[in-house]
Write a protein that binds this ligand. Sequence first.
Ligand code: 1GP
Length: 230
Amino acid sequence: MSEAWYSGWRHVFKLDPDKDISDEALDALCMSGTDAILVGGSSGVTFENTVDLMSRVRRYEVDCALEVSTLDGAVPGFDGYFVPLVLNTERVEWIIGKQIEGLREYGTFVPWEETAAQGYIILNEDATAAKLTGANASLDEDAVIAHVRMADRLMRLPVIYLEYSGMFGDMELLKQARRHVSQARLFYGGGIDSAEKARQAAEHAHTIVVGNIIYNDLEAALSTVAAIRI
Ligand code: 1GP
């Protein structure tokens, strides 16, 4: 089997279609040496703002993938697609409900070779995604490991995403999670706002995701790219 299209990614910038970004900032991000631009957000994602952002990123050679979290935002033309499944919620619509709805509507158009499920484990209760999906973010280490085993071993999901969006997470927990991953790629995202935090997270995660700091301090965001290459 050939390697998955995202398997070489170590560093990713996540851009929110609902947030403004200047051409200069986008140029700096796309030319930074990051492995990919991931387009996704928890609220305000529409077909229009997703197409707009995609077409701007498309001018660059960097990989550009979409996290499909709403049907409205399912836009053709990306290099790859991630479909999030939230594993630590009891609300079935966020585990398989919305995904089934999407497949009923667009199933025949899905580019399967470039599409991968992401098993999300959301660990910051204040994150918009946690509130939206009713995620139980207060998992202890045993529970996180059980979720990792569920995703990696039982469900054989290709990507596990430890999501702390908005806060820097527990690196010891990330380390333990990584020890229990056998075949999935482990993504980590949340609160990476410096080269040092990027380095720490990249020590354990296969792929680190840098989001919010892009909009608050572009230079700090750019510094995270070089940090993990050392
Ligand atoms: C969000 O995991 C990403 O989905 C990145 O988190 O915005 O906190 O960097 P931050």
